[in-house]
Design a protein around this ligand. Structure first.
Ligand SMILES: *Cc1c(COP(=O)(O)O)cnc(C)c1O
Length: 417
């Protein structure tokens, strides 16, 4: 029966047993800090496994100890998240940033080198360039336009090529949907891995995941999410996740235990509820985005549309190849250049009625923002230039409203530009 069941069919039930919770159909919220052991011997055994002092027997699971280490809501959520990415294990966090920063701290140490794609999420960029720098962890950024040889040159020019420890990328890049080849990054990872140190490749899959892109299948070691976005999907919770093979995840969960930045039971419960509709939401959002992109493409006040759906017909050969192997959908994120500059972009944003002017993305409601002065305000000017992040760029996250209404709102707002 299990051979071809789709993940969405498991989102209501997987990992939860009603008989352990008074028959409750839905997972209760396990709002408890600690768990009662049946015997002292059981408590001893749970700790042996938790601290790796003893290897578990086949089918022996880690018993419930204390909610910083494990909790049913977190474990059920983690087991469901694994299904989408076909990952061995997952860890959920209280924010996307805590997932990202925990991975960076676990897999790098002072003296190491980080390679990352630019632009990355503003919080990630700040963590790399301000906090990690204080720990003497150097970084080299590359742009989606760089080819493999250019990236290798940059690593060598850093003087720390032999200390490369982590490659962290975001694809498609926010806000213009530029693509990065995950397999190319996996090649670079292998090239710089040594007997003593395997380079880890992590992919922030917030923009497309977990439905439309599966980085682990293309050679990534870890997938990261801001679950605040599509996974949560209702703009009412901040959360994060990291997925990968068990040995790496044991390290991630180990540091999470000591940083104490695991998701709370209620956060996990909200995400369990969100996961039930993840596929239908994202599919509808992608269908709506296609209609909105079509409309924008033909509008006289719009200069250029950055939308993955354009790649198969208008993309470069390189982008066509990456798109075909990495993506199952064009997604629901669109950016466009309005004719003019900040004044026209702001007039558009200020006159939207249905679509809200707010940062964040992936929720049921459509949102619009101005990357140049908002989400990407902190990105160095040179990177903004190469990434087409200018004052005429507007970013849209398309929600589940009827596309006729979203388009009508965009149309009336464009009249003010
Ligand atoms: C929002 C976001 C983050 C940060 O996640 P939080 O849940 O806000 O901490 C990281 N990466 C990407 C791509 C994001 O969009």
């Amino acid at each position: 029966m299990y051979h071809n069941i789709h993940p969405e069919s498991f989102m209501m039930t997987h990992g939860y047993q009603s008989k352990l919770s008074e028959g409750a159909l839905k997972t209760p919220i396990f709002q408890t800090s600690t768990f009662v052991f049946n015997s002292a011997a059981e408590g001893k055994r749970f700790f042996e496994i938790a601290y790796g002092l003893s290897t578990p027997e086949k089918d022996e699971e880690m018993g419930l100890i204390y909610s910083r280490l494990n909790n049913p809501n977190l474990e059920i959520l983690e087991s469901r998240l694994c299904l989408w990415d076909q990952a061995e294990d997952a860890a959920v966090f209280e924010s996307g940033m805590s997932a990202i920063s925990t991975v960076m701290l676990e897999f790098m140490k002072p003296g190491d080198l980080l390679l990352y794609s630019r632009p990355v999420y503003g919080g990630t960029d700040h963590f790399i360039n301000h906090f990690l720098q204080k720990l003497d962890i150097a970084s080299v950024g590359f742009s989606p336009e760089d080819n493999k040889e250019q990236i290798i040159e940059k690593i060598k020019a850093s003087g720390r090529a032999h200390k490369l420890a982590l490659i962290h990328i975001e694809t498609p890049a926010n806000p213009t949907n530029a693509l990065i080849d995950i397999e190319m990054c996996a090649d670079i990872k292998r090239m710089f891995s040594t007997e003593e140190q395997e380079v880890i490749l992590s992919v922030d899959n917030t923009y497309m995941g977990p439905i439309w892109q599966h980085p682990l299948n293309h050679g990534a070691d870890l997938v990261l999410y801001s679950a605040t976005k599509y996974i949560g999907g209702h703009s009412d919770v901040i959360a994060g996740a990291c997925l990968g093979a068990k040995p790496l995840m044991a390290r991630v969960k180990g540091l999470r235990t000591f940083m104490g930045n695991m998701a709370a039971p209620f956060t996990a419960w909200l995400l369990l509820r969100s996961l039930e509709t993840l596929k239908v939401r994202m599919d509808q959002q992608a269908r709506n985005a296609e209609k909105v992109a079509d409309f924008l493409q033909n509008h006289p006040k719009v200069e250029k549309v950055y939308y993955l759906g354009n790649i198969p017909t208008h993309g470069s050969e390189r982008d066509k190849t990456i798109y075909a192997k990495q993506y199952k959908s064009a997604g629901a994120m669109i950016a466009f250049d309005i004719k003019g500059g900040e004044q026209e972009a702001f007039a558009f944003l200020d006159n939207l009625k249905l679509i809200k002017l707010a940062v964040s993305l992936g929720g049921t409601e459509s949102l619009a923002e101005h990357p140049y002065t908002m989400t990407h305000a902190d990105v160095p000017q040179a990177i903004k230039n190469t990434m087409h992040i200018t004052d005429k760029l507007v970013r849209l996250s398309i929600g589940v409203e009827h596309y006729d209404d979203t388009i009508a709102d965009i149309e009336q707002a464009l009249n003010f530009c």
